[in-house]
Design a protein around this ligand. Structure first.
Ligand SMILES: Nc1nc2c(ncn2[C@@H]2O[C@H](COP(=O)(O)OP(=O)(O)O)[C@@H](O)[C@H]2O)c(=O)[nH]1
Ligand SMILES: [Mg+2]
Length: 641
């Protein structure tokens, strides 16, 4: 059995609700106030089974004051029944509802001329002509126009037959999107708790499913499901669905919220969009104007910023814009929406979400932003994927970001990601996707940064990894840094050694003068043996002038890095040969004192030929180097590893 959502649309009192009742036997006007006043205020629902087709009717109010309610129902329909009363013909809300359905991207439907019992044949012909004129050039051009009377029942059978035929030609809903149900009603049922209803626009819902309420991000569990007033184990995309939820109180739910697959979608308040302004709109869409933004079953206020050319989009034109909303909504790429003016509330435009997680574009970034939005307006999914990755700039995107932006299932995401990689415009590193342009920018930036560093610090081996990361990759996922360095290493351009990164061609460059000074310093320490000079003494001996002092320290640092000198303690250095000698002596001493291998301070002083001033720092140095280990007031000489 296939399912289909049919939405009514049309001016007030044109017989929409009467038509739904005549077709289904159910009065869609369910509220006491609706019954008393004889008008539809809120959405109404009714079902009809035709052979193997199950139709869910969404009946909307025609009164202009209730357009907001109409919009909450119009977003999810497969097929439009545009209702025109034969005795009145096309009226303002006939046009407005029809405009809305067009802007929402409804693709199928028919025209139903009601109240045929009230007029003669000539009048019917006139109304049909009027209807044809109205729909010319739209998705309803050439669609069936049927004449009925809900009072006499005339034409209803033909209408059912036509609905059945059209139902077969409506393409099934795509399986490419995760579960999403915009909520149009929430109420509590005694003994059951919270129940929400809506059109399941994508995915499936099963009993026991863990879902998420958005934008509040509350986790809920599905206790039970109803489709067409019957309990079912599973609801599918395209069905009017009632869901009994556990884990939430009805007071936390309202129309406009979305029930969605857990952890996939995210709320947003800034969206980049394409806007089409109605040809007959009474006003233009202008930057900074306040608008009513309708998406799914939600309405929030927001402000427009036109991103294309002059700061307005005129009636009949389209353009790129950014909307900053006053409350969070759920939106994914490709979602349609309606814009109404703030006051008086009139439908002025509609559009499609391009980037649901937009950033504020600075004036100098506008050209690039527009280029990315044009890519997002395309058809091809790998191109869209690339565009989203480019929009994330230097930060990079994870698949979870793209899942939130597109609503795609993992299967689609993975397939599209690998296609995008194959096309070469995106690079993946450790699960983070980066535009090739950003990746190239990073490799250039790293090389430039290292080059500068080497120039500044010719005597340093390289740059601290962490410093480089903070300087160049502050706004990126850590994986981006790792990926860029790895690539540069593979290409032989940089060498990374523990904490230090350097250009591969970099070697510590010493001038003749530096070399000579470095040699002098080394020789002084070698000659001093265990009687290590203080730093000052060493500098004086090496004839280092006050002006050379800083450079001499760097050379000393280099001698330490090259392991020609060893830092015994603070500023006490010894030549490595001297230290190695002592180590040999210690090991020889140990083998003469097997099995305990112990040496005390006096014995060490004698062995090394040093005073206490050097003995203690030396022993502590050997402890750190794991040559010896403290054992009470003695030292255990460890076996060489
Ligand atoms: N004579 C006649 N009256 C109708 C027909 N359909 C609806 N009506 C009447 O028109 C009025 C408005 O109908 P309703 O279905 O509430 O209009 P809606 O506002 O479009 O939902 C009611 O009084 C209906 O009884 C019809 O086919 N023939
Ligand atoms: Mg009605």
């Amino acid at each position: 059995m296939s399912s289909l959502i049919v939405g009514t649309a049309g001016h007030i009192d044109h017989g929409k609700s009467a038509l739904v009742r005549a077709l289904t036997g159910t009065d869609p006007d369910r509220l006491p106030e609706e019954k008393r006043r004889g008008i539809t205020i809120d959405l109404g629902f009714a079902d009809l089974e035709l052979d193997d087709l199950r139709i869910g009717f969404v009946d909307v109010p025609g009164h202009e004051r209730f357009i907001k309610n109409m919009l909450a129902g119009a977003h999810g329909i497969d097929l439009l029944a545009l209702v025109i009363a034969a005795d009145e013909g096309v009226m303002p809300q006939t046009r407005e509802h029809f405009d809305i359905c067009r802007l929402l991207g409804v693709r199928n439907g028919l025209v139903v001329i009601t109240k045929s019992d009230l007029v003669d044949e000539d009048m019917l012909v006139l109304v049909e002509d009027e209807a044809r004129e109205l729909v010319a050039g739209s998705f309803l051009e050439g669609a069936p126009i049927l004449t009925v009377s809900s009072r006499t029942g005339g034409g209803l059978d033909q209408l059912k037959t036509r609905l059945g035929e059209l139902g077969k030609s409506v393409p099934p809903r795509s399986h490419d999107f995760v579960t999403r149900l915009p909520i149009d009603r929430a109420f509590s049922m005694k003994g059951f708790g919270a129940v929400v209803t809506g059109t399941l626009i994508s995915g499936k819902i099963k009993e026991g499913d863990e879902l998420e309420l958005l934008p509040s991000q509350v986790n809920v569990r599905v206790r039970g499901l109803q489709v067409h007033n019957k309990s079912v184990p599973e609801a599918r995309a395209g069905q009017r669905t009632a869901v009994n939820l556990a884990g939430v109180d009805t007071s936390q739910i309202e129309r406009g919220m979305v029930l969605a697959a857990a952890g996939r979608l995210r709320p947003t308040q800034v969206v980049d969009v394409w806007i089409d302004v109605l040809p007959g709109a009474s006003r233009v869409v202008r930057s900074r104007s306040r608008v009513r933004f309708h998406i799914g079953a939600a309405e929030v206020l927001g402000r427009v910023r036109v991103l294309d050319g002059p700061s307005q989009i005129a009636a009949g034109n389209g353009g790129l814009a950014q909307l900053r909303l006053e409350a969070p909504v759920v939106a994914v790429h490709g979602d349609r929406f309606i814009l109404r003016s703030y006051s008086p509330a009139e439908t002025i435009a509609g559009g499609v979400i391009l980037d649901p997680f937009a950033i504020r574009h600075r004036a100098r970034d506008l050209a690039r932003a527009r280029e990315i939005l044009r890519l997002l307006s395309g058809e091809e999914r790998a191109g869209k994927f690339t565009a989203f990755v480019r929009a994330s700039s230097d930060r990079g995107s994870q698949l979870a970001d793209l899942a939130g932006a597109t609503g795609w299932t993992n299967e689609v995401l993975n397939a599209v990601a690998s296609e995008a990689r194959k096309q070469g415009a995106v690079i993946e590193t450790g699960g983070v996707y980066l535009a090739r342009e950003s990746f190239d920018h990073f490799t250039d930036a790293v090389l430039a940064e290292l080059e500068q560093h080497h120039k500044r610090e010719p005597l340093a081996r390289g740059m601290l990894r962490e410093t480089l990361r903070e300087k160049v990759f502050a706004r990126s996922f850590p994986e981006v840094f790792a990926g860029v360095i790895a690539k540069l290493e593979t290409d032989g351009k940089v060498v990374s050694d523990k904490d230090i990164v350097r250009l591969s061609e970099h070697s510590v460059g010493l001038s003749e003068q530096d070399l000579a000074l470095s040699k002098r310093i080394e020789e002084i320490y070698l000659a001093a043996g265990v009687e290590a000079p203080s730093l000052d003494e060493a500098m004086t001996k090496a004839n280092v002038s006050a002006a050379q002092r800083a450079q001499a320290r760097k050379l000393l640092q280099l001698l330490l890095e090259e392991k020609k000198l060893a830092r015994i303690q603070g500023e006490m250095f010894m030549h490595s040969n001297v230290v190695a000698d002592l180590k040999t002596k210690l090991h020889a001493y140990a083998s003469q004192h097997e099995p305990d291998r112990l040496i005390d301070v006096p014995a060490f002083k004698e062995l090394a030929g040093v005073s206490r001033k050097y003995a203690i720092p030396l022993l502590e140095y050997f402890d750190r180097e794991q040559v010896t280990r403290r054992a009470g007031d003695k030292r255990l000489i460890l076996k060489p590893r």
